[in-house]
Each structure stands twice: as structure tokens, then as C-alpha cells.
Design a protein around this ligand. Sequence first.
Ligand code: NAP
Length: 289
Amino acid sequence: MNDRARVVFRSHRVPTDAAPICEIEGFAMSAVSATAQRPSVLLLGGTSEGYELASALAARRQWHTINSLAGRTEQPRRPAGETRIGGFGGVAGLAAWLRAHAIRATLDATHPFAATMGWHAAAACAQAGVPLLRLERPPWTAVPGDNWHEVADWPAAVERLRHLNARRVLLAVGRQELAPFAQLDQAWFLIRCVTPPLPLPPFAAAEVRLARGPFTLADERALLDTYRIDAIVCKNSGGDATVAKLVAARERGLPVILQRRPPRPPTMTVTDIDAALAWLERVTKPAGE
Ligand code: NAP
């Protein structure tokens, strides 16, 4: 069993009419012959867009897709197609991986707040001569009635909470980014995250609420009212799944401290799946067609 076979998982039946697939430790043997003719594509995922794009690619059957997840979640949902898990070992590791797998195009659908992977993908694809496209949901933008305080980082958010004299804060920043807020002794925090923050930083007063979006407007209104929330801290993730808290905050005139997105390399970017498929079609077309 080689390294590749150990890290590749098959989450979907390989789109082929061949006899039942033979699997050895998660490696779909018939996939080798079925995919050999199709251009190989790397899809950097870990987002809802990544899952949607993986399904769209599998439905088209034109490409051999290898999804890549960072491996932060213990039991991640498997996207359609093959999946590998874990970092590549920086720019050099990714460039070598692209060459070794004869990747014809890379799609970067990582989260807008994944600050490093996009830069690595841009540098590695340039080195390996592989076309790169970014699929990214647009950020949220303020509308009349919003009371937003945009910040670059969490220390600035902590300062803003102090300045606002916030007492009951909904903290929706992800379980790994809580620590800077634990120094705010005067506030009580409702920490919302998908998986338990272990260990929990030493907050003076906090409650953890495990929940995974999407969240409805009715739910968010009830949450803000029940817990008498007076400020929200979150990232400008964009998208529909978690926007309702901003609407509920606007209705109540509550301040929202919103972290701006980190800088990105100047990669060609689209916001929808159809545009990504059209790009892929173009860049993987055999020469002369
Ligand atoms: P990051 O800071 O951009 O990446 C840190 C390192 O993790 C990268 O240098 C790379 O390691 C590895 N990595 C990241 N995404 C990868 C992928 N899709 N496949 C393989 N390796 C990957 O990212 P992060 O903020 O730690 O986020 C990790 C993953 O969680 C991302 O894929 C992202 O889409 C997802 N996510 C992040 C957030 C967020 O708020 N940051 C929210 C939701 C989902 P090597 O240098 O070793 O290659």
C-alpha cells in the first residue's frame, strides 16, 4: 500500500459503468482506469461552496477530481469524488504534489478566512504551471440601520467591546480563536461553535452553545432576546447560512463587531459554480479543440 492509497477515500460511487468497485483500505481500484482518461483537478475545499462544487464536478463526469481538506474536523463530511486530508507541506510540497498527480487545474474554494492556503496555492500553481481559480462567496456589506464596527483582528475587537462597554456578547468566531476574548472580565459571553472548544480559554463568565448553521431569522431573534445579547462578534464570512444574526442585530440596533477578511493574492475569482465549471472547461480543453 503506498502513501497515496492510504490517504485517498472514496465517498461516492465512481461514475463508471464498470463492475462493482473493488476497494482496498478506501482506495477504489476501478477508479484508476476510470479516471485515467480524464483531466485531474485539485479542489481545495472545507466550505459549503467546496462541497457544492465537488458535487457539480462529479455530476459532469468530465474530470477526475481530488478534493483536499485541511483535516481540522475530526469526522468531516466527505465531498463527492476522491478526498485527501491534511496539509501539503507548504508551497514546495504543494507544487511537488501537483506535478506528481499531473493536475491540470486547481480550484481554491477554501474559506475567506483561511489566510494562508490561497497564497500557497497561488505560488505553487505558478511554480508548477497549473491554472488556478478561486471560488469565493462575496462578503456581507452594511445596509442602512446596521451598527457595524469593522476590525482587522481580534485584539481590535476586544478593544471595541471595552469601548462599547458590552456586557452580554454573542461570540461566533470559531472555537480556535476564543483566547483573546477571555481577558474581558466585565463581559459574559455566549460562545457559539460547531464543536466543543477544548480546552476552553479561562473566561470569567461564559456559556458554550454548540450549533451548526444555517440559522433562521426566527432562531436568531429568539437567541438574542433570550440571552439579552448586547453585542455580537463574528467574521465577515458572507453567504446565507449565518447572515440572519446580522438582520436580527439590525432590528435591535445592536452593535456587530465584524472582522474584515484577510488579504488574498490576485487570483482570478468567481462567485458561482457555473462560472467555475465554464473556466474549468476552458482551461482543461485539449490543445487544438
Ligand atoms: P489556512 O490558515 O489558510 O491554512 C493553514 C494550513 O492548513 C495551510 O498552509 C495548509 O497546510 C493547510 N490547509 C488549509 N486548507 C487546506 C486544504 N483545503 N487542503 C489541505 N491543506 C489545507 O486555513 P485555516 O484557517 O487553518 O482553515 C483550514 C481549513 O478550514 C480550510 O481549508 C478552510 O476552507 C476551512 N475553514 C476555515 C475557516 C476559517 O475561519 N479559517 C472557516 C471554515 C472552514 P500546508 O502548508 O501544509 O499545505
